[in-house]
Design a protein around this ligand. Structure first.
Ligand code: CR1
Length: 841
């Protein structure tokens, strides 16, 4: 059906076209209207949450208008689009970001004040959109911000989980998980009840032979689940481009529930289908860097991938181009292997439904996809059992077998008689049970494979994907070092620092081109600048101290050195090394005379992060940190010299308070295990220094800011294998200082020794896989260097300013430009200067 309004009626439309608010008055008018109509309240019962809601709705109205214009512009231009497929988008709060990106925060602030509200309180009302676990999900969110800010035609596709990552409560020192039901009121999404796709599961495959003798596979039977689209507008910074994030929600395909069953009195089972369908998009799996191979997770993956591809193909078909042009119109990026089924699904659409020849279809597929690997940890590499595939997606399994067959045939031709090579690279692992190796499928089905920092990209080429480099050649493998959006992670999180920088750079242009930060290095000796710099850091620490007081009940002195490690709790990230180091510091302080103690530098050790609910060791680490806190924080000998704080429920909005307040942050993974890390970039960008291992992006940060401005320690990635080997087969002596720490824990100083025995035996008796003991001495020594450096505040501030000025490289804008040029081959869509609603601003 033609849905466009006929020419003669368009005049009426244009006359009434809404343009969103333009000034403070317009904003207030919008807010009051939403309070009184949309929310059905009045000035007599408008609390802060209602004011937030109305304010968010006013901004949403503006966003959707620009969203519409952007989509029209992109459709009209008919240029190539990028589709970013990610199971996680860790967006955080949207209101502040929308106000800043649109450039209307001052208007909103003044308007809200006139209506009786403080903008800070209103911003605080928003529930984080927490559809992700950690770095991978937050990276996807930063990418969306950059794609829109760079005017690139791009959509994100994900799942609309009813429950995001759980909320973490700390009760008696233990993590307790509380469900995060966040959809009660979400003004940032637009339900598209007209955009639905029915997704098939289970069933069987039939083959028919056409007149030409060609056989076609038909996937039949099974059950259907309906995908419903929810759109989230993504505003670019200082541009009218507003891209789309489309999240799919699941429901029963057959309407509400089975009326047959309902009428016959079988009410319960009539609702069961409905509930089963809704389960698919119900909950985000709470594992970071871990694959558990659950059937429901595979169902999520196919549901999301099939709905997204249907949508993408439908859009492509509208332009009536030849299929061979598909890769010239469409780029699809796979954020890790989670969406790898998209490769198989596109091949199925082209061969089974559109009737293309296998080879022609495969050409299109490979040229369409790019795959980003985010980890070398074996426990995180996805594998699905062949049996599960056969049951859930029988046709896809056949296609995977065919992809594998043709792939192995080409390998065989290039490397004749190397059976071991064939076994090593086969997409099907010949284990018991047989498994589908998703990373191998992603490599074979993509034209580019990238890692996320230089070391990581080198490692995947020399270790887990080594054979594929010989098979496909080195050009298929590339590096794109991660980045972060300076809009959220500088301007929004640290507005005063951003303002101070702007006075030196001359404008806020650095938020669009972060390399412009280098201008502040000229002011490194400017007394007034340095003074304000220090004042801002202190103010940020005061703000965090207040938060610590309110949330953890610990009083900390804001002039202490703030030492922060916030990230998912994981053995490879080595929070255990940190807390063992804290205990060592405590013992050292305890052993000192009161006079000697007076000379020591006060430090606050701040931890935060969630443990996957099933990760026993990570939970033990959280418990030890909290237990150490109870003892140390209440020890009168110690006072302010050492405080240990565990901040509950670390998430994006907490990170915005914590990051600007750190003096030193810890990025201390076992070398070679942290693919990139992105919080390392955030901390340095906010004028904090870091202590870290030679791992992930720490290495490139060092190269950019200079090795005098970072505290590196520990063994190198190239030595890890030998050290591990030595632990297993040689004698493994524990570092003597660490042994004292263990002895203290085992004396019960921090509570029941049993509770922490797993952490100790992992190091002492089970081979110390993460090299905690090997790196302990170097870590302690380097922490002493940190103390020493911090005593010289003038030198410290010089290091901080110099580092910030050299962080331009780590903008996600640079990163997205590299993807756009090197992998996606997409170009920005020119936005007319006077386009859209910003006219007259
Ligand atoms: C890595 O562990 C990296 C992010 C984003 C994580 C982290 O070092 O910064 O990805 N990997 O690239 C991951 O979640 C499943 O793998």
């Amino acid at each position: 059906v033609e849905a466009s309004i006929p020419e003669p009626q368009r005049e009426a439309w244009l006359k009434h076209q809404v343009n969103g608010f333009k000034d403070k008055d317009g904003f207030e008018e919008n807010v009051v209207r939403h309070v009184e109509t949309t929310l059905a309240r009045s000035m007599f019962n408008c609390d802060e949450h209602a004011a937030y809601s109305a304010c968010a709705l006013a901004f949403r109205d503006r966003l959707i208008l620009e969203w519409n214009r952007t989509q029209q512009r992109q459709t009209f231009a008919d240029s190539k689009r990028l589709y970013y497929l990610s199971l996680e988008f860790l967006m955080g709060r949207a209101l502040d970001n929308a106000m800043l990106n649109i450039g209307q925060k001052d208007v909103a602030k003044a308007g809200l004040a006139e209506l009786g509200f403080r903008i800070e309180d209103i911003i605080e009302q928003e529930h984080d959109a927490a559809l992700g676990n950690g770095g991978l999900g937050r990276l996807a969110a930063c990418f969306l911000d950059s794609l829109a800010s760079l005017n690139l035609p791009a959509w994100g596709y994900g799942l609309r989980y009813r429950y995001g990552i759980f909320k973490q409560e700390i009760i008696d020192g233990y993590q307790v998980e509380v469900p995060d039901y966040w959809l009660d009121f979400n003004p940032w999404e637009f339900p598209r009840h007209d955009v639905t796709v029915d997704i098939q599961f289970y069933g069987h495959v039939n083959r028919t032979q056409g007149e030409s003798g060609k056989t076609t596979a038909h996937w039949e039977g099974g059950e259907m689940v309906r995908a419903v689209a929810f759109d989230v507008p993504i505003p670019g910074y200082a541009t009218t481009t507003t891209n789309n994030l489309r999240l799919w929600s699941s429901k029963a395909a057959s309407g509400e529930f089975d009326f047959q069953k309902f009428n016959s009195g079988d009410y319960e089972s009539s609702v069961a289908d409905q509930q089963r369908a809704e389960t698919i998009s119900a909950v985000l799996y709470p594992n970071d860097n871990l694959d558990r191979g659950k059937e429901l997770r595979l169902k999520q993956q196919y549901f999301w991938v099939a709905a997204s591809l249907y949508d993408i193909v439908r859009r492509f078909k509208k332009a009536k181009r030849a299929w061979s042009e598909f890769p010239e119109q469409v780029a699809i990026q796979l954020n890790d292997t989670h969406p790898t089924l998209a490769i198989v699904e596109l091949q199925r659409i082209l061969v089974d439904l559109e009737g293309l020849e296998w080879d022609d279809a495969w050409n299109i597929v490979v040229n369409t996809f790019g795959y980003t690997n985010h980890t070398v940890l074996p426990e995180a590499l996805e594998k699905w059992s062949v049996g599960l595939f056969q049951h859930l997606l029988p046709r896809h399994l056949q296609i995977i077998y065919d992809i594998n067959l043709f792939f192995l045939q080409t390998v065989e031709r290039a490397f004749p008689n190397d059976r071991e090579l064939l076994a090593r690279v086969s997409i099907i692992e010949e284990s018991q049970p047989k498994m589908v190796r998703m990373a191998f499928l992603a490599i074979v089905g993509s034209h580019k494979v990238n890692g996320v920092a230089e070391l990581h990209s080198d490692l995947i080429k020399t270790t887990i994907f080594k054979d594929f480099v010989s098979i496909f050649g080195p050009d298929k493998f590339t590096n794109v070092t991660n980045g972060i959006t300076p809009r959220r992670w500088l301007h929004q999180a640290n507005p005063r620092l951003s303002d101070l920088i702007a006075t030196k750079v001359g404008s806020y242009d650095f938020l669009k081109d972060l390399t412009k930060l280098n201008k502040i290095e000229l002011s490194v000796n400017d007394k007034q600048f340095r003074k304000e710099w220090a004042e801002i850091k202190l103010a940020n620490k005061v703000r965090l101290a207040k938060h610590i007081q309110e949330s953890a009940g610990v009083t900390v002195n804001p002039t202490s050195l703030f030492d922060v490690q916030v990230k998912r709790i994981h053995e490879y990230k080595r929070q255990q090394l940190n807390i063992f180091g804290v205990i060592h510091r405590y013992l050292t302080l305890k052993a000192m005379s009161p006079e000697e103690r007076k000379k020591q530098l006060p430090r606050v050790s701040i931890f935060g992060g969630k443990a996957a609910p099933g990760y026993w060791m990570a939970k033990q680490i959280i418990h030890l940190i909290n237990s150490v806190g109870v003892v140390v924080n209440n020890d009168a000998d110690i006072g302010d010299l050492l405080k240990v704080v565990f901040l509950e429920d670390y998430n994006v909005s907490k990170a915005e308070i914590i990051t600007p307040a750190s003096d030193i942050s810890e990025h201390i993974s076992t070398a070679g295990t942290e693919a990139s890390g992105t919080s390392n970039m955030k901390f340095v960008l906010n004028g904090g220094l870091i202590i870290g291992t030679c791992d992930g992006a720490n290495i490139e940060i060092t190269r950019e800011i200079g090795e005098n401005n970072i505290f590196l320690f520990g063994n190198l990635a190239e030595d890890v294998e030998d050290l591990r080997h030595a632990h297993t087969y040689g004698s493994h002596t524990i570092d003597p200082d660490l042994a004292k720490v263990f002895a203290t824990i085992e004396q019960g100083v921090f509570g029941s020794t049993q509770d922490f025995s797993g952490m100790i035996t992992a190091v002492r008796d089970h081979g110390d896989f993460y090299l905690v003991s090997d790196d302990f001495h170097s870590y302690i020594e380097t922490q002493a260097l940190v103390d020493e450096a911090y005593r010289d505040q003038e030198e410290w501030i010089t290091k901080c300013i110099t580092s910030v000025s050299r962080m331009g490289f780590f903008s996600s804008d640079r990163c997205i430009n590299e993807y756009a040029e090197g992998i996606w081959n997409i170009e920005p869509l020119h936005v007319e200067r006077d386009a859209g609603v910003r006219k007259g601003e």
